[in-house]
Design a protein around this ligand. Structure first.
Ligand code: SRM
Ligand code: SF4
Length: 564
């Protein structure tokens, strides 16, 4: 009888096992001025430090031009005005003179040279910012609703998200020693192999792990796309506890039906004092049951999809010793941000500014980077980055508003965000030239495509409608395309898949409508469906809901209401 062979662990598992300290030879390569790049092994270790080695894909014809992308970890997207100014300065001094707000409320610095990497990292840490575990097989930045005054729960939930982010951060001293102390770290292999993280153990997680908090009815964090989510339940104006949702994730690969986007399941309710225990239990279920033999099948969503909610709940209850209560009713009605000026509950104001695709840069007549810098150094508001790649200036005194308006206007920035509703609700991932996985353009293509779409919407009398449009350069889903009403997903240079049918609350996945379309064909396909929409839509029906009903015959109530 032939015995089944255990499947082989992935290369990443071997790397983590050999060096749970996560130091690799990063420090030695940093010290070696002749080396223009890190080794392939260090490429993997660097991720745990919040760093990606990339090359400028626009320059590949003349050779590989290596550079680093550095990603911060800002739980809930919060940073002080002073910290913002440090980031702005670092982007100009060491990066490509832009700051990129990510879909998980962080900043990315693109184009950092190896010779400037340590200075960048040290300056961030000196200003009390970190990049640890912004990438890698660990719990990533914890998302939380950043907008003040949308609910009395915002501050409390934000504080819990920030606390949880610390609890879930890996504890290796390598980060501090390499980037802050500047040690060479010539540790013996035996010393490296004995380190074990108290939560993650020696091999960390099989894959990335994402956490978010949301306060219904606003789903501004797209909570169901996370590995674990905490839906705040208010009773009598107070935080009664959380409904746990688990098993969401969007990444997939073209032509591999074993990979798919998935929305999280609703697992059950618990009171706030159990938050840490529940979060750790979900993480360790992923740690212990995630597939370490296939990185494309390693996310927690596949554990949920294959073992089911009942199994998951009982495993969680065993690990925590807590009995989950039935989930409390909740409903999401909307995603997105509150842009423009709004009053906070304490009498101060906040300003929501649309940042197209999260890219803070100066261009002719629209000097966004300089204008933001000037306004922040003058008035020192708190800054919050949103999951829709926008920016909020928070805690502004009423008497400061006019001065801020005027200063921003001097740089071509209007605080009334004068863009179409569809553009305001759009997002694109970075893709080319920095992302090594991009198959097609995204951030550089979407603004122009939207201009064409805006013309089409005007022609059809839909110029005042909001269509949630998202674009990515590959199927990994970084700008969360699969919950959009319209999504363009890159397949090859200038070839996209067109997905239709997500909803306003981000509680329904869209579906593939057409494959392999060029940019101009995307518009032609949309013209056909939008014309049908104009002719056949029900009163008040949004485009995504119309597509679900008419194209997919899907009239079910989207999760999570269905799951309760
Ligand atoms: Fe992402 C990989 C950018 C949010 C799913 N993502 C990447 C890399 C690092 C490419 C790489 O591995 O070489 C991209 C860097 C591009 C560049 O040049 O900057 C990248 N992801 C981004 C950001 C910057 C997109 C943005 O428009 O803001 C977001 C950074 C968030 C952060 O601050 O942590 C970003 N990525 C997401 C999201 C959305 C979310 O988390 O809310 C997803 C889908 C949700 C999910 O995780 O399922 C996402 N990124 C992926 C995947 C697919 C993972 C999978 O399970 O298959 C990859 C590829 C991978 O991990 O192998 C990836
Ligand atoms: Fe890169 Fe693909 Fe993510 Fe876009 S979706 S940033 S192309 S990995």
């Amino acid at each position: 009888m032939i015995e089944a062979q255990p499947s082989k662990l992935t290369r990443n598992e071997g790397l983590k096992h050999g060096n749970p300290f996560l130091s690799g030879t990063i420090a030695q390569t940093l010290a070696d001025e002749t080396a223009d790049r890190f080794s392939d092994d260090d490429y993997e270790f660097l991720k745990f430090h919040g760093i990606y080695q990339q090359d400028d894909r626009d320059k590949r014809k003349v050779g590989k031009h290596y550079m680093l992308m550095v990603r911060t970890r800002f739980p809930g997207g919060v940073l002080s005005g002073t910290q913002y100014l440090v980031c702005d300065d670092l982007a100009s001094r060491y990066g490509n003179n832009t700051l990129r707000i990510t879909t998980r409320q962080d900043f990315q610095f693109h184009g950092v040279l190896k010779s400037n990497l340590r200075a960048t990292m040290r300056a961030l840490n000196e200003a009390l910012m970190t990049t640890i575990a912004a990438c890698g097989d660990v719990a990533r930045n914890v998302m939380a609703p950043p907008t003040p005054a949308t609910s009395p729960l915002v501050d409390e939930v934000l504080a819990q998200a920030r606390h949880l982010s610390n609890v879930l951060a890996p504890k290796t001293p390598a980060y501090h020693r390499i980037w802050i102390e500047g040690q060479e770290l010539n540790l013996k292999p035996e010393a490296l192999a004995t380190f074990a993280d108290p939560l993650y153990g020696q091999t960390y997680l099989p894959r990335k792990f994402k956490t978010a908090f949301a306060i219904p009815p606003l789903n501004d964090v797209d909570i169901l796309t996370n590995d674990q989510g905490f839906v705040a339940i208010a009773e009598g104006g107070k935080l009664a506890g959380y409904n746990l949702v688990a098993g969401g994730g969007l990444g997939m690969s073209h032509g591999n039906p074993q990979t798919f986007p998935r929305l999280a399941d609703v697992i059950g309710f618990f009171t706030p004092e159990h938050l840490e225990a529940v979060a750790k239990a979900v993480l360790t279920i992923h740690r212990d049951f995630g597939d370490r033999t296939n990185r494309k099948h390693a996310r927690l969503k596949y554990v949920l999809a294959e073992r089911g909610v009942d199994w998951f709940r009982s495993e969680l209850e065993q690990r925590t010793g807590i009995r989950l209560q039935p989930a409390r009713p909740f409903q999401f009605t909307r995603q997105g941000d509150r842009l423009g000026w709004h009053e906070q509950t304490d009498g101060n104001w906040f300003l929501g500014l649309f940042i197209e695709n999260g890219r803070i840069k100066d261009s002719d007549g629209y000097r966004l980077k300089t204008g933001l810098r000037r306004v922040i150094e003058t008035f020192l508001p708190e800054v919050r980055l949103t999951p829709s790649q926008n920016l909020l200036l928070v805690n502004v005194r009423p008497d400061q508003r006019a001065g801020m308006d005027a200063l921003l206007a001097e740089h071509g920035i209007s605080t009334s965000n004068p863009f179409s509703r569809t553009r305001l609700a759009s997002m694109a991932c970075p893709a080319l030239p920095t992302c090594g996985l991009a198959l097609a353009e995204s951030e550089r293509a979407l603004p122009g495509l939207l201009t064409q779409l805006e013309a089409l919407l005007a022609e059809l009398g839909l110029q005042d409608d909001e269509l949630i449009v998202r674009m990515t350069g590959c199927p990994n889903g970084c700008s969360r395309p699969y919950t959009a009403e319209i999504a363009f997903v890159g397949k090859a240079p200038n070839k996209y898949q067109l997905y239709l049918g997500g909803n306003e609350a981000s509680t329904r996945l869209n579906r593939l409508y057409k494959d392999g379309l060029k940019s101009d064909e995307l518009l032609a396909e949309l013209r056909t469906v939008l014309s049908r929409y104009v002719a056949q839509r029900r009163p008040g029906e949004r485009f995504g809901d119309f597509c679900a009903r008419e194209l997919w015959n899907d009239t079910t109530v989207p999760a999570p209401a269905r799951a309760l």
